[in-house]
Structures are given as C-alpha cells and as structure tokens.
Design a binder for this molecule. Structure first.
Ligand SMILES: CC(=O)SCCNC(=O)CCNC(=O)[C@H](O)C(C)(C)COP(=O)(O)OP(=O)(O)OC[C@H]1O[C@@H](n2cnc3c(N)ncnc32)[C@H](O)[C@@H]1OP(=O)(O)O
Ligand SMILES: O=C([O-])CC(=O)C(=O)O
Length: 377
C-alpha cells in the first residue's frame, strides 16, 4: 500500500539497513563497524580506518602492509589528469576540480565498467590514493607553485601535508590532520552518501556515484559548511573594527540571526544534542591553536559557540572545529571541503559496495500539485 504522508527532506524516514556506521543521537555516539570513532581517532591511522570501513575488520599487520604498499604506489597524478586540472580555470571552486578529477579517474580506470566487488575495491583504493594529490596540487597551482611529488616513505596524513606544502609537517599537525580524516570518513545516510547510493542503485559505476556525491557535498548545508565557518570568522573579525573580536561575536550573531541567516557549522539533521565528533575535533583544534600560538582564534571559536547556545540552543557540528583547524594548518579556505572529499571517499565507496550487495532501485513517489489536466488548443 502507498504511504501518502509526505516526508520533506526524507526527515525521519528509514530507507535501508547499513552495517558500516551507526549514528546514535540518543547516546551521542558514532560507531564505525562497531568501534567508537573516538577510539579509532585516538589509536589508528586513517589507512587502518579506511580498511575497516571497506572490509568490516581492522587489518592485521600483514594486511596493513599490503594495503599501504598498494595505496602508496598509486598516489601520483597521472600526466593526463594533471593536464585536465591545468586546463581548468584557477578561479573555479576547488570542489569543481575534485568532481572533474573523480570523473577523469573513472574514465582512465581499466575496469571502469566492471562493478564486481573486487574491481570496486581496487577502484576505491585508487581513488583514496589519488585524491590527496588532486587536492594538494590544486591548492599549489592556485598559489603559482609547482607540483610536489608524493613520498612513499610517509603515511597518508603526512604525505598529504607534504604534497600540499612541500615540507614535512610537525608530528602534532600530522596527528590533528589524521584525526580530522577519520572523523570525516563516514556518517551513515548523509546527503552525499545517499546520493552515491541512489546513483549506484541504477547499476551505474563507482566513479559516477562518487562524482555525484562530490556535487552533493559541495553545498553549504553539507560539506561546504567547513569553509563557510572561516568566512563567518572573517566577517566577525572585519566588522569588529577596533573592538575585541571575541567580544564582538555575540553582536555579530544577533545581527545575523535578525537577518534570518543560517549560521554555518551549527545544527544537524540527526544530532540534536551535539555532534558526537565535535569534542575530538575540538581537542585537535586546541592542539593547533597551541602549536601555532593563535589563542585569538580559540577565543573567537568559544565566543560564537557560547552565543549560539545561549540565543538558539543550537550546538556545533564537525565542520565548526574542522574549518579553523585546517586554516591554522595552512590550507586555503576553499580547499577545506575538498579535504572532506578525500576523507569521505572511504565512506562513500563502502556504501556503494554495500548498496550493490542487496540492490533495489531507489525511486520514491511524489504527490502531483501542478495544473489539472489540460489540452493543447
Ligand atoms: C558535516 C556536515 O555536513 S554537518 C552539517 C553542516 N551544515 C551546516 O553547518 C549548515 C548550517 N546548518 C543547517 O543549515 C541545519 O542545521 C542543517 C541543514 C544541518 C540541518 O537542518 P534540518 O534538520 O533540516 O533543520 P532545519 O534547517 O529545519 O532547522 C530547524 C530549526 O533550527 C534552525 N536552525 C538550524 N540550524 C541552524 C543554524 N545553523 N543557524 C540558525 N538556525 C538554525 C532553523 O532555522 C529552524 O528554525 P525554525 O524551526 O524556527 O525555522
Ligand atoms: O550526517 C549528516 O547529515 C551530515 C554529516 O554530519 C556528515 O555527513 O558527516
């Protein structure tokens, strides 16, 4: 029987089962394959978490060695992909570069039309390995800098920072970046993952699903919020004039709320009592504030968070601490959402493979509310 209730935004609708992650708003927890994300962030490399998301179990030492050697050998940009990136205007959004790169990587892949689990696993690892080079090179070309080749002697996080900045990052920075990648990796049926599952449900290929997911992530109501947080901080700083910036945050917020603006980095569709990942990312932000000696940024963060809780009782989501942490590490603001892409490739591709294991075409119904039937002349 057809359910005639309309669920705008599919809010509260259970669409399918998943064994990849569990978001529990009641206990404010997030599990990847059963493990609390905080434990994974404290004890694992991003490579181990990627392996876990794809395979359901953490790797043994041997499995990890085999996995990382495959990943490290696929990190370099192909000359063809580099040429495509070079042909894109440096004024386009870096998310457009990621989206184009995912599509090109699909077109280049020898098993592009093979959607077997084995082929999809190979494609997932190669996308995971290649996306950091895309993001790093794009930021460099915008700054007029040359490509930095990947280093096989570095782990994923350290190599990503190396390719972006051309120098080895301090261990605290590598650690904070690794934590951010783990926290961003997976979050059940969020809008971009659902997009990937919709595309997969038509039996389209993995790269098409990832390309669509990147488009969904770009929007400011989803992944685009991490860069929007930095714009908010800049706006508050600019409008503070001679006043103390942190003290000005509440006045800025009152005016933004009076203008009915959404405050980016706050609120969540599922969590209503705070995002489970925020305390862990905030600890990494604190470490960056200390490392780069920027207490002013920490003060502004806290001032806006407190004012938002007081005025609206709305708490931060992961994008709120991630944005300023990436800023302190030296990433350009427009590069923040591509960093989210690099991390979420793991979750998206795990969901693509899960969707294919028990596929049903995703095709909901709509209630027509247009013109009554009419006829030409
Ligand atoms: C990693 C991630 O992708 S997390 C999400 C990142 N996105 C953002 O940070 C964008 C800002 N936040 C938002 O727009 C929303 O909180 C969303 C889109 C994340 C969730 O939204 P929904 O579940 O659809 O809730 P909705 O937008 O209807 O908000 C409910 C109420 O809270 C208010 N609200 C929610 N978030 C915010 C916010 N960030 N700023 C101001 N008001 C807010 C809404 O205005 C609405 O108020 P109303 O009932 O008086 O109209
Ligand atoms: O779950 C969501 O709706 C958005 C989110 O936090 C994520 O994708 O990480």
């Amino acid at each position: 029987m057809t359910d005639t209730t309309i669920h705008k935004g599919l809010a509260g609708v259970l669409v399918d089962t998943t064994s990849i992650s569990k978001v529990n708003p009641e206990t404010n927890s997030l599990l990847y394959r059963g493990y609390p994300v905080q434990e994974l962030a404290a004890r694992c490399s991003f490579e181990e978490v990627a392996y876990l998301l794809w395979n359901g179990e953490l790797p043994s030492a041997e499995e990890l060695a085999e996995f990382t050697s495959g990943e490290r050998s696929q990190r370099a940009l192909t000359p063809e992909l580099k040429a495509v990136i070079d042909a894109l205007p440096s004024t386009c959004h870096p998310m457009d570069v990621c989206r184009t790169a995912a599509s090109v990587l699909g077109a280049e892949h020898p098993k592009a039309e093979d959607s077997s689990r084995l082929a999809n696993m190979e494609k997932s690892v190669s996308l995971f390995a290649a996306m950091p080079a895309v993001v790093a090179y794009d930021q460099r070309r915008r700054r007029g800098e040359d490509l930095v080749e990947p280093r096989e002697d570095l782990g994923y996080a350290a190599n990503f920072l190396w390719m972006t900045f051309g120098e080895e990052a301090a261990p605290e920075v590598v650690e904070a970046f690794n934590v951010s990648m783990i926290l961003y990796a997976e979050h059940s049926f969020n809008a971009s993952t659902f997009t990937a599952r919709v595309i997969t449900s038509t039996l389209s290929d993995l790269h098409s699903a990832v390309t669509g997911a990147i488009g969904a992530l770009k929007g400011p109501l989803h992944g685009g919020a991490n860069e929007a947080v930095m714009h908010t901080f800049e706006e508050i700083t600019a409008s503070a004039q001679d006043h103390d910036v942190a003290a000005h945050a509440a006045a800025w917020l009152d005016s933004a709320l009076a203008d009915k603006k959404k405050i980016m980095g706050f609120g969540h569709r599922v969590y209503k009592n705070g995002d489970s990942r925020v305390p862990t990312m905030k600890a990494s932000l604190d470490a960056m504030v200390k490392h780069y000696d920027r207490p002013d940024l920490g003060e502004l963060y806290t001032a806006l968070e407190s004012a938002m809780a007081e005025r609206k009782n709305i708490l931060p989501n992961l994008d709120y601490p991630a944005g300023p942490a990436y800023h302190l590490m030296g990433f350009d603001t427009a590069t923040f959402t591509p960093l989210f892409v690099a991390a979420r490739i793991t979750g998206w591709t795990a969901h693509i493979m899960e969707q294919l294991e028990a596929n049903a075409l995703i095709r909901p119904l709509s209630e027509y509310n247009g013109a009554d039937e009419r006829h030409l002349g």
